[in-house]
Design a protein around this ligand. Sequence first.
Ligand code: NAD
Length: 501
Amino acid sequence: MKHTEKPKVLIMIFGATGDLANRKLFPSLYQLYEKNQLSEHFVVIGVARRALTNEQFQEKVKKSIGNANGKNSKLDEFTSHFYYHSHDVSDSNSYMVLNDLANGFDQQYGTEGNRLFYLAMAPEFFGTIAVHLKQDGLTDVKGFKRLIIEKPFGRDLDSAKELNQQIRTAFDEEDIYRIDHYLGKEMVQNIEVIRFANAIFEPLWNNRYISNIQITSSEVLGVEERGRYYETSGALRDMVQNHILQIVALLAMEPPIKLEPREIRSEKVKVLRALRPIQGNKVHKYFIRGQYGAGKINGEAIPAYRNEPMVDPNSNTETFVAGRLLIDNFRWAGVPFYIRTGKRMRTKSTKIVIQFKDIPMNLYYNAEQQLNPNLLVIHVQPEEGITLHLNAKKTGQGINATPVKLSYANSGINGYNTPESYERLLYDCMHGDATNFTHWDEVALSWNFVDNISHVWESSIAHFPNYESGTVGPKESDILLAKDGYYWWPISELEVESNCN
Ligand code: NAD
């Protein structure tokens, strides 16, 4: 969607002294301001528990931007739009004071009654805040009122439904922007363009030509100081329910009739509805869980997950998931989508590999070398780009084939730095573009799929730890593909840069 006018908006950030606000939200808003994508008609009220003056808050905002961007040409001007309100989330009086403050700023900054409420707080507060916003009159405005809500959206379908009911008492579905920051990533947004703006891929994008699809999102970091949260979540809820299933939906959906949020969502929903449920004893067959043990990464000794702060020493929580998904529709019948995600892995990398079927007859086969299948690799992070793996003639005598890679890397274009996910998503929300946010129907279907797996896992004790830090996860994850005659393409073979080899 193209956005022409600069938004006029009052933004309330609940949890303004927290990590997310400091690391992501303030720097992203500043980027928009520097690029002249925010008008002077914007104002931010930071809301949190701690007592701070406006000046102290502005200093914190400046500091967070300095840390993130290392530049500050418009910082004073920018932070003059920031104010602070010390708040108790369950006290109606506090919301009324906040509302008076907001009404005053509305006049002062000409924000025309447009309000964006960003809940950058622990999820247990989401429902309470949404209900108070309505009850205490903060949503009673003549402009737009939008709610941005962070993950996790519930911890299973039942809790997600309850949360949804609470926030729906105050906001219509079309005004709820559920963040999945993967949907703000350049190359995730590029999936649609690669598929629908090129004549060469879409005709092949089906079970006749694709043998399997592999999605890997691996982290080198461990659980760090998020042990308390992670113990209630695990990799399945933290990564698969949202980011990974969203990527699956984008890869597998039918072309929408228009590039409009409603049309795109409706196609994604159809994919999630077609996901074959994995239940009962099938869970152990098609889904692998892992937990990292001690190990070494870059020469540094790494403790086991069970020895991390705020983690149960007998924890049954998974830090790794691999799975085999099937989509029961005409396009995808019989094509496995393999997914894997884990912490404390060898490399930080998010990649999608589309593996095409072998050609019907290999004329170039010789005893030394079999032809490699064609691959389309989408590099999501840290590198951004695409690589097409082909076979071409080996230079010199004879007609032997050799693999070549055609690569396109974003980082190669004049040092172009793609915007942060949060920058894009905040900008979209201010313009009322919900394309890259998750609709309730998608949330519900994803939980439905994931709940079947977590029920089985929660009722059986795993043999953890079962992978060493700094590796590619438990060996069962390799066996999962080997049973179908495939293997995970090693990340090191999928480099984005080289043009030929
Ligand atoms: P945090 O603990 O760093 O910050 C929490 C904020 O909430 C603080 O500003 C605190 O003052 C405020 N708060 C807590 N209790 C309050 C109360 N009773 N009344 C008023 N204010 C109160 O948390 P965070 O890491 O910034 O995460 C916020 C949300 O964003 C969570 O839902 C988290 O899951 C999500 N999230 C965070 C990140 C990240 O990188 N930090 C990434 C993805 C999602």
